[in-house]
Design a protein around this ligand. Sequence first.
Ligand code: URA
Length: 479
Amino acid sequence: MRVARLESEDDFEGWRLAARAFASEGVAPSDIVWQVGDGAVDLFAGEAAGVAGGHARIAPLRVTREFLDLARDAVLHSEPERFSLLYTLLLRLLAQPQALQDRADALVRRIEGLARNVRRDSHKMHAFVRFRELADQDGPRFIAWFEPEHHILRANAGFFVDRFTNMRWSILTPRGSLHWDGMALAEGPPATRADAPGDDPVESVWKAYYSAIFNPARVMPQAMLKEMPRKYWKNMPETALVPQLIAGARKRELEMIEQARSAPERGKGSGRGQIRGQVGGPEALVLLAGEAEGCQRCPLWKPATQTVFGEGPHDAEIMIVGEQPGDQEDLAGRPFVGPAGAVFDRAMAQVGIDRTRAYITNAVKHFKFEPRGKRRIHARPNTGEIEACRWWIDQERAIVRPRLVIAMGATAARSLTGRPVTVGQERGRPVALPDGTPCWITIHPSYLLRLPPDADAEAEFARYVADIRSAVESLAEAA
Ligand code: URA
């Protein structure tokens, strides 16, 4: 029997080194015991002693990046057999390099399931960690309590450091803790819920936000449970409001219908500011974007790198909606920063608007693509995906309350109007959205990148600029 002792439950490097050494010797999976040690790095105790630390020459083994990515996720699962299952799959891949493509294979499916659970757990952590504010002699400190199902804490440290770089925070979990002081990250021991503080002012921001965006017309307890499993409810201040919100839902729904009927004409009265005030301005958008990071409303979240949320002032007068992030947007996490974004920027410059004055977003918030070799080729979102993502656009519009929306392309137009749109027939003039906001439809800038060689590219670009200009000038006329 051979023993591989790993440093920690998430020790992917330890597993990789041990697996490579065992595989090069042809050790059978049933002859290995995988142990998570108490800190000692002794990967090859027992018969394999002496191999660890690179003393022996181990032939490099060729595996695909796809397998490594899968293994990196699956290793974080709490399933005790995961190291052995991954080693079994590794041996199979060395004999049959295409084995991972056999999605019907029980072992491949099992390991993909482990990796999927881990990714889901990370998404939940991004979306559902809630900080409570404490003060110490150095100022505010934010503490969150979270109960991950898998060993994902360390793997997600970078996400929270990037997002909350300027805050001092700690995330406490039963599997360990992370502490960021604004400069350095430290790991600490497991914690209990009693170590985390209770109610505080930060919670009140969440509660105000959540009750403001809560749309009683959409109360669907089953869907809420799916998006926000009950397990996490106890750590989330806003969920304390859910029973009361559901109870009052029908009443509020009727009130909303009534309000909509009697609302002052859009853009001319106090209605806009009033609703914006209730929803909570800039914090509401930040919180909404945070929430969208964990979005799994449709399957597009899985292969995408990240949610690409809208950006721009919380009270922008103009909202511009594209189709979905492209390859570069998916990597950068910002809308319209790739080739289509360059065309869009050029058009905005010609109209004379600084793009940072508008709120820019997409109908679909995850990049949909088909892999082709190393490239990821854009694929059009389908109606189900557009519908699933519409929830986010509705929230963005409810918070920003733009006086004007510009839909670039058929997907954006469909998402906003709720019906199929032929851009060529409806471009360059406003259509009223159900709440009365004027929506101007134009082409998507990527259309200009795909024009056939005999097309008059300059004239097409000028027409695109003219569409945006007419929309913007309509604002001045309405003012
Ligand atoms: N195309 C879009 O529709 N949106 C982007 O953000 C980038 C390209």
